[in-house]
Design a protein around this ligand. Structure first.
Ligand code: UDX
Length: 448
């Protein structure tokens, strides 16, 4: 009976079309589909997915007025603002057509939208549909942003200052998620705009109580609506890959030949970019560490250079079979591989969760936004990561890699990461916090 009812209660998802946001939204779609809800994904034409990979979902393409462009901290605010001004009318029209169409037997129950795609909430309000926010980052980062909106003076402090922020310890001013953006005022205005008129009835977070208990309590005190913490999404229901780039699976065969916990996996996510000189130092630091490594070098990772160019002369010969370099890896599979013993990461929230869920300790090299918050928590609170600043030389890189992979300190971090993994596994089992929260979310949606 319930199954039948859910079959008629369709949920429309509106992802923000960047890799680190598409992945959790599609994973959430799989989770909700596994609970019997039909799913429609209203997606910008920008980065529109291959629908054949997602037979369980229907798709609505939203005209967005953008041609594809690389997104970075420099143009992030403009691109997000552009989506929010361009996409409202097209989505409203598509949804109205959908609601009138005779072939649609399902009733639309609610819209779940990425927190940055706040135009979707206006559409929901206009159509008198309930809406729910998906926050794709951590509770800590969410809470930090709300605190910054409250205490705007904090944002005017020196954003590179190593001083602790009084209300947000252990974060320092330089860890705040607004640091390293070109125009902090514009960013805060964008966030304030997204938050000021919010009428959504609940918030879903891709996190777990055992990891972020304190921040979740603080967040709940600030938000008047229910929070559903049902992470880690990628572990709860199997989801088809939503990678925008083709995954190079050959690295799995290479990993199969390596010793247990011997490989350091290096990937700086989907957006972060660096100068050729920095990439060269990375390359020689890795080579000199003498540790096996799997390194993702995206084609757009160095400013304006072709993929193979940035690797220094003589590097490939120096590493022989000890290194494997790919343009894009099947990251979740890589981190779950027994040969991987460490992850050098930019600390985007998805990468952070994927690493913790496999008990893999990290070297943290945050670039911008929430990455700095996560790096600080990984090193100071969860104590499973070593943080370093950008622009490191090859000698420091070599020492850090060896410390993580070979020293006692690295081994202790690996043990703590395994303990966290076990706690997360428990939270997904019957009676665990994520398991219960997911059931509550299903009941909540059915009651809308
Ligand atoms: C962006 C922001 O940088 C980040 O701070 C925010 O939390 C989310 O949006 P991104 O750079 O995309 O994140 O990093 P991350 O959140 O880690 O997401 C990257 C995703 O791409 C992960 O799910 C990861 O598994 C996947 N990935 C990455 C691959 O599948 N293959 C790769 O080679 C690299």
């Amino acid at each position: 009976m319930e199954e039948q009812r859910q079959r008629h209660q369709r949920i429309v998802l509106v992802p923000c079309p960047f890799q680190g946001h598409i992945n959790p939204m599609f994973q959430l779609g799989s989770v909700l589909h596994s609970k019997g809800f039909p799913i429609t994904i209203a997606h910008t034409q920008f980065n529109f997915p291959n629908t054949l990979n997602h037979p369980n979902f229907n798709f609505l393409p939203i005209v967005d007025g953008f041609s594809n462009c690389n997104v970075s901290s420099v143009n992030f605010i403009d691109v997000i603002s552009g989506f929010n001004s361009n996409c409202k009318a097209p989505l409203q029209e598509l949804m109205a057509q959908m609601m009138e169409a005779k072939e649609y037997q399902d009733e639309i129950t609610c819209i779940i939208y990425d927190e940055y795609m706040y135009f979707a909430e206006a559409v929901a309000n206009y159509l008198k549909l309930p809406s729910i926010i998906l926050s794709t980052s951590s509770a800590i980062s969410f809470h930090t942003i709300l605190q910054l909106l409250k205490d705007r003076h904090n944002s005017t402090q020196d954003s590179m200052s190593p001083e602790l922020v009084p209300e947000l310890q252990p974060l320092r001013f330089k860890d705040l998620p607004i640091s390293n953006f070109n125009n902090i005022e514009d960013l805060l205005q964008l966030i304030a705009k997204a938050n000021e008129t919010r009428m959504s009835s609940a918030i879903i977070l891709n996190t777990m109580n055992c990891l972020e208990q304190t921040s979740l309590v603080q967040l709940q005190q600030r938000c008047q609506v229910p929070l559903f913490t049902i992470g880690p999404f990628h572990k709860i229901a199997p989801a088809a890959s939503s990678s925008l780039m083709e995954e190079d699976n050959s690295c799995i065969a290479w990993l199969d030949e390596q010793m247990r916990n011997s490989v350091i996996y290096v990937s700086l996510g989907s957006i972060a970019s660096m100068k050729k000189k920095e990439l060269e130092e990375m390359a020689w630091g890795l080579a000199n560490s003498k540790q096996p490594f799997l390194w993702v070098v995206r084609p757009d990772q160095t400013d304006g250079l072709e993929w193979i160019d940035p690797l220094p002369d003589g590097f490939k010969e120096a590493i022989g079979g000890r290194g494997c370099i790919v343009k894009w890896a099947p990251q979740k599979e890589v981190l779950a591989h027994s040969a991987v013993g460490g992850f050098w990461s930019h600390c985007g929230w998805n990468s952070t969760l994927e690493s913790i869920c496999e008990g893999v300790p990290m070297i943290c090299q945050p670039f911008f936004g929430d990455q700095r918050v996560h790096a600080r928590y990984l090193s100071q609170v969860w104590k499973i990561g070593m943080e370093w600043e950008n622009n490191l030389g090859r000698g420091e890189i070599e020492r850090a890699v060896r410390k993580l992979m070979l020293d006692r300190e690295g081994e202790e971090m690996r043990q703590r990461a395994m303990e966290l993994k076990e706690m997360i596994d428990d939270s997904m089992k019957e009676g665990g916090s994520s398991y219960n929260s997911l059931n509550e979310l299903v009941d909540y949606i059915l009651s809308l």
